[in-house]
Design a protein around this ligand. Structure first.
Ligand code: ADP
Ligand code: MG
Length: 716
């Protein structure tokens, strides 16, 4: 065994220092192969280059990494529980303490021995310096002047930090000969990024002799080596997206004539309002894109309330006039019903036949819609992911529209993605292997740079203005009992003058493990508190018939207050609702709160949103304050991203693997554009990635394309 060369694809167990038990524990952290260890990056570093004199310790802040030398003057052990060792130098003493020491450790420390210890300085309650679980660097110091810079890896349960260091070191020894270079040399040179082997060595084993400025950038996570890994990830992603764009360009889209002006005129004639210039511009771009040879793949993004539905309707009309059908998908049945109502009125006036399909409808009704769709008896089919089921047959699908895409589940999104690929299992009746156009609507405003990352294979169309006369929702952060009472008082007043209101809760029902205001409990108490107001409770765990009943009752004014979860984040459009109270507001993402408050203020009246919180956390309060002062959804999304990193763009919960492992977008946002340019440069030279210099890149891109995208599950 020992003679065989260990490879990057080998199990970790084959490395020196990793037995089966350790390997199993590493596997629990997602580390299986030798290569996985290479990108298991330190989360921080400790600078042990300097040996401190005991006398200096008193002046150092707690948390400073220190190395000290001394003579052991006292050893105190409590069998298997605690080991206290006091060392002394120049008449000053320092206590080191280990919990659950092993026998080997206990043996190391005997009175009179000279030792060197490295650890983070702590202070006892009396203010005395002490070390907890320091490393013994006696031997290290004997060899060199200091204990160097030590990586601090993320904690792995039951695997000591030293063991992690050791196996990563062993992996590094393998990698220095084998690690594949994904970044083409030309790109690296242009951007001044180190090669893979040097970058790995720098990140895992930073040399002690680095100049101070380089140490500082390394510790800040911004060294060329660290930037390299972030860039590599963004670059591979951008190449994958560019390849996908190129692939789509070779497909044939549903032929849709270029009479854009006529379509817009027709649409305008049936709408109860005048399209804004921004809506006209967006609709024109989308229709023009559908008139091209290749299928359109477009992301229409616009702030909540900006009027995306009307723009999407224009696309439906264009397709219908060309003889095609449109699928209009919404993430919840409540929203699908609402779209069916809105679009239904417009469709009726323009002679479009519209159907509704979701699993909450009676079976006979569903069968009727399916049958009509299959023979081309419907131009527009509105529904939920029920539309993605195989039983749906379409005479001639020309366009698929996905509303609030981020709210779809993992599998549905994968399915949606494949839409353009023609392998979707739908029976598409159009001739010639053509591919339907895809229009994705996003009301969670995504910063442009991030959109390039998440949806880089889509063309971006931005609806950059809202219908005229809208006033920003007046937003207040309410902390404490009095402020809370004032918020509910404002709600009472609005109700008294004939208005309606929302109360949003983070949870559906009581949950012992996670104390949060629940919709069910709050609904109960508000019935008494807000009497005589009529109160309804809406959340995703109710049967659909009940959801519809409640939503309808609220819409028609039979209910005054809707106590709901984020299910109303999308799709309850009730113009006379002007007050929203959000309980435990700090539990929601900024972008999500912005979207939620978009449920009020959907006409020209002034609306208000009260963000209740009992949080003491300065950071959380600052986030909420920002919402109170900024009305622009794009700025909020940028801010949200900056504060929280990219892991959580779409709301509070995020299922699945993180999209990006290294490139924390709150730090590397500016790098995306560069990655995109470099990706295009490489593909310009070698569109098929067939050159030997691009072999590793081609492999990485293939892997990337096979990986799922991030998604938020359907909200409760
Ligand atoms: P979103 O972009 O959030 O999906 P909607 O399409 O639901 O927005 O539109 C929000 C509200 O604004 C709806 O009540 C819609 O009827 C109305 N609306 C849309 N466009 C206009 C317009 N040009 N003028 C006036 N009201 C409009
Ligand atoms: Mg919408």
């Amino acid at each position: 065994m020992a003679s065989a060369v260990v490879g990057l694809d080998d199990p970790i167990e084959r490395l020196a220092g990793a037995g089966p038990v350790t390997a199993a524990r590493l596997a629990g952290r997602g580390l299986f192969q030798v290569r996985d260890l290479l990108t298991f990056f330190p989360r921080a570093y400790d600078d042990y280059r300097r040996v401190y004199a005991m006398a200096e310790l008193a002046g150092l802040p707690a948390g400073t990494p220190v190395v000290v030398r001394g003579t052991v003057v006292r050893v105190h052990k409590f069998f298997r529980r605690l080991l206290d060792v006091t060392i002394e130098d120049g008449g000053i003493r320092l206590r080191a303490r280990w919990f659950r020491p092993n026998a080997g450790m206990v043996k190391t420390y005997t009175r009179g021995a000279q030792v060197a210890l490295a650890g983070s300085l702590r202070r006892t309650e009396e203010g005395e310096p002490e070390l907890i679980h320091p490393s013994n660097v006696t031997a290290l110091l004997a060899e060199s002047a200091g204990a160097g810079i030590r990586p601090r890896y993320p904690k792995i349960e039951k695997v000591p930090g030293r063991t992690v260091e050791k196996v990563v070191g062993a992996a590094l020894a393998v990698a220095s000969r084998q690690a594949a270079e994904i970044l083409p040399a030309t790109v690296r040179e242009r951007l001044g990024l180190p090669g893979i082997a040097a970058a790995l060595a720098m990140v895992h084993r930073p040399p002690a002799h680095l100049p101070d400025v380089e140490i500082a950038t390394l510790f800040a996570g911004a060294s060329p080596a660290q930037r390299r890994f972030a860039f590599e990830e963004l670059f591979v992603l951008q190449v994958a997206l560019a390849v996908e764009r190129a692939r789509v360009r070779t497909e044939k889209g549903f032929p849709c004539g270029a009479e854009v002006a006529r379509t817009l005129g027709e649409v305008q004639a049936v709408l109860p309002f005048a399209l804004t210039l921004a809506q006209q511009r967006s609709a024109r771009r989308i229709c023009e894109a559908m008139a091209g040879e290749a299928p359109m793949q477009c992301l229409l993004q616009g702030d909540v309330g900006s009027g995306k539905t009307a723009v999407a309707f224009a696309a439906c009309v264009a397709i219908a006039r060309a003889g095609g059908q449109t699928l209009f998908m919404a993430p919840t049945a409540v929203l699908a019903e609402q779209h069916h109502r809105t679009l239904g009125a417009w469709a009726a006036n323009s002679g479009l036949r519209i159907g509704l399909l979701h699993s909450g409808l009676p079976a006979a009704e569903q069968r009727r819609v399916l049958a009509a769709a299959a023979v081309g008896g419907l131009d527009l089919i509105v529904g939920t992911h029920a539309l993605l089921e195989d039983r749906l047959r379409l005479a001639c699908l020309g366009l698929a529209i996905v509303d609030e895409q981020h709210r779809f589940g993992v599998r549905q999104r994968a399915r949606l993605r494949r839409l353009g690929g023609g392998e979707n299992g739908w029976q598409i009746g159009a001739p010639g292997g053509m591919v339907p156009h895809l229009l994705v609507l996003s009301a969670t405003p995504i910063p442009r740079t991030l959109a390039l990352t998440l949806y880089g294979d889509l063309e971006l169309v931005t609806l950059d203005a809202s219908p005229p006369g809208r006033k920003p929702v007046r937003t207040r952060v309410c902390r404490g009992v009095a402020a809370r009472e004032a918020a509910y008082q404002a709600l009472r007043q609005s109700l008294a003058s004939g208005g309606q209101g929302f109360v949003i809760c983070p949870a559906v029902a009581e949950d012992q493990g996670r104390p949060a205001t629940s919709a069910v409990a709050l609904g109960r108490s508000l019935r008494a508190n807000l009497a005589p107001a009529r109160i309804g409770v809406l959340h995703g765990q109710l049967a659909f018939a009940r959801q519809r009943e409640v939503a309808d009752a609220f819409r028609t004014g039979a209910l005054d207050v809707l106590v709901a979860t984020t299910i109303v984040e999308v799709g309850v459009d009730v113009p006379s609702a002007r007050v929203m109270v959000v309980e435990d507001a700090e539990r929601f993402g900024l972008a999500q709160l912005h979207q939620l408050r978009g449920r009020v203020g959907r006409d020209e009246e002034q609306a208000s949103c009260y963000l209740l919180t009992s949080s003491e956390d300065a950071e959380a309060l600052a986030r909420l304050d920002m919402l109170a002062t900024v009305a622009d959804g794009f700025r909020i999304a940028e801010e949200d991203l900056r504060r929280r990193g990219s892991g959580d763009v779409h709301g509070t919960r995020q299922a699945g693997q993180p999209e990006l492992r290294f490139a924390d977008l709150s730090v590397y946002l500016g790098m995306i554009e560069t990655a995109r340019q470099e990706a295009e440069a490489v593909l310009g030279v070698d569109p098929g990635l067939v050159l030997p210099a691009h072999a590793e890149l081609a492999r990485a891109v293939g892997e990337r394309m096979a990986r799922a995208r991030p998604v938020a599950e359907e909200a409760g």
